[in-house]
Design a protein around this ligand. Structure first.
Ligand SMILES: *[C@@H]1O[C@H](CO)[C@@H](O)[C@H](O)[C@H]1NC(C)=O
Ligand SMILES: *[C@@H]1O[C@H](CO)[C@@H](O)[C@H](O)[C@H]1NC(C)=O
Ligand SMILES: *[C@@H]1O[C@H](CO)[C@@H](O)[C@H](O)[C@H]1NC(C)=O
Ligand SMILES: *[C@@H]1O[C@H](CO)[C@@H](O)[C@H](O)[C@H]1NC(C)=O
Ligand SMILES: *[C@@H]1O[C@H](CO)[C@@H](O)[C@H](O)[C@H]1NC(C)=O
Length: 430
């Protein structure tokens, strides 16, 4: 009772401050077009007793009240999650940790469409101008998607969808919500493991109206992307109180990323294979394929770990190797940080796809864990010492920041009883 009263007067003050903040954000961020307000689902914003179920397991009443007030009014009470990753860093696996959740609307790499539309010639070297345009468009799209406006995505899909229906959404089948009711009625409601290809074959065109509805029905939206270079590129979104956005940054040992890319993207990384096979580094090797990973990681991690106020409560750094070593425990930590309750599906999925929380020798279809399954350090057998040595030079600082040890001889490299992963705890920024 007492705390409810306390909440009421605080609420009045905070709401007043908040509306100023919102106006400010609106003016600063949305000069071009009016912003659609999120639907407010709380009938009485001052009733602090009516708690947001997801926040229940956070610390103490006061914390809950403050959070509650902060996100009431015209502010989204939904939690929104962005998985900030790079290719072959384990992002599909992390995406699944959200995709499997019943109350999460998950999208796999929607920014693919922005890139293919704005930069159709897939260029690996990016110019500052390209990056700026891509990022601006990406942020606008993300903002719309977090508000469940999927129509906005249509302007980037080719051919442009007619009647809000398309069969060209990138990796539609990777999103459980887009393969089940009400969006698709091809599978029985209890079906848990819908195959991605099966979804695309049997669900027919994607009705964007229904997809938007499905998004609105869920409390959280999670989006995975490898197309945002650094966390600071997301600042405008993170600072927007209506979005309540939290960033999970996934990092991985760049040597592991390199080894995995060389195996996966055989054409693009052809010269790296030549280097490995011949022992000689091709003169025309595209080094940005490596340096960009390390620069982006370093930029993000430096920002994240310096704990700027705008990231408070909104940034968690996750090492892929830690997730691979202990998926269930790490996933719990992630959910706890987000203030969400991890539902049974997620735990079951982890059990099924990693065979237990620790045993990673299981074979399963998610590449990320399949890699780690054999050994999170299997890259050591796939790269030559020269390549590793080179990577260590280029990425020295980021390796150190993230707690990955370097090797100084081919023997050390191949001696797997010598782990290169330091036990390092990255406390989430609360
Ligand atoms: C919330 O939004 C509604 C309609 O968009 C508006 O009438 C109301 O004044 C807003 N409330 C606050 C506290 O900003
Ligand atoms: C879109 O809907 C209109 C009206 O229902 C119909 O005439 C048209 O053929 C549809 N277009 C496509 C591409 O399905
Ligand atoms: C998409 O779903 C909406 C809502 O059920 C429906 O009105 C519309 O006709 C559907 N669009 C297509 C192209 O089937
Ligand atoms: C896990 O595996 C069991 C047994 O194969 C299956 O019945 C269940 O649906 C699976 N659950 C998930 C979430 O994948
Ligand atoms: C591998 O490393 C372990 C641990 O440092 C060491 O005891 C062992 O002698 C090394 N093996 C070889 C073949 O160098």
């Amino acid at each position: 009772m007492n705390s409810a009263m306390q909440c009421s007067w605080k609420a009045v003050i905070l709401l007043a401050l908040l509306s100023i903040a919102i106006q400010y954000t609106a003016i600063r961020t949305f000069t071009a077009k009016p912003f659609q307000m999120c639907p407010v689902t709380v009938s009485n914003p001052l009733n602090c007793g009516m708690l947001w179920q997801d926040a229940v397991d956070l610390s103490g009443d006061q914390r809950i009240c403050d959070d509650f007030l902060y996100f009431t009014s015209n502010v989204s009470r939904k939690s929104h999650v962005l998985i900030l990753a790079t290719t072959r860093s384990g992002s599909s696996f992390v995406g699944q940790l959200f995709n499997q959740h019943q109350d999460v609307f998950y999208l796999f790499e929607p920014l693919y469409h922005v890139q293919t539309t704005l930069l159709p010639r897939l260029s690996h070297s990016r110019t500052a101008g390209d990056t700026r345009v891509m990022l601006g468009a990406s942020r606008d799209l993300l903002r719309s998607l977090y508000n469940c406006d999927l129509y906005f995505l249509e302007s980037y899909i080719k051919p442009q969808p007619a009647n809000h229906s398309t069969d060209k959404l990138f990796r539609r089948g990777a999103s459980k919500a887009l393969c089940s009711l009400p969006v698709c009625d091809a599978f029985s409601p209890g079906e848990l493991n819908i195959d991605e290809g099966e979804c695309v074959r049997r669900c027919g065109g994607l009705n964007m109206t229904l997809a938007s509805d499905a998004c609105r029905e869920r409390h959280h939206v999670a989006i995975k992307t490898v197309r945002i270079p650094e966390v600071s590129d997301l600042r405008a979104l993170v600072e927007d109180p209506r979005l309540n956005l939290k960033v999970i940054q996934l990092v991985r040992d760049p040597r592991g990323i390199l080894a995995s890319r060389i195996e996966t993207f055989r054409d693009t990384y052809r010269l790296w294979r030549i280097w490995r096979a011949t022992g000689r580094r091709p003169y025309n090797l595209d080094l940005t394929q490596l340096t960009m990973v390390c620069e982006d990681f370093l930029g993000s991690v430096t920002t994240g770990l310096s704990r700027p106020p705008w990231l408070k409560g909104r940034y968690m750094l996750v090492r892929y190797e830690d997730l691979a070593r202990n998926p269930l425990q790490k996933t719990k930590e992630i959910y706890e940080y987000l203030g969400l309750i991890m539902d049974k599906n997620v735990g079951d999925w982890i059990q099924n796809n990693t065979r237990g929380s620790n045993d990673l020798s299981a074979k399963h279809k998610y590449g990320t864990v399949r890699d780690s399954a054999a050994n999170a350090e299997s890259w050591r057998l796939k790269l030559s010492y020269d390549m590793v040595d080179y990577t260590q030079t280029v990425c020295q600082q980021v390796l150190q920041e993230l707690g990955y040890k370097t090797v100084s001889s081919p023997e050390e490299l191949k001696n797997l009883s010598l782990t290169l992963i330091e036990d390092k705890t990255f406390l989430p920024f609360l």
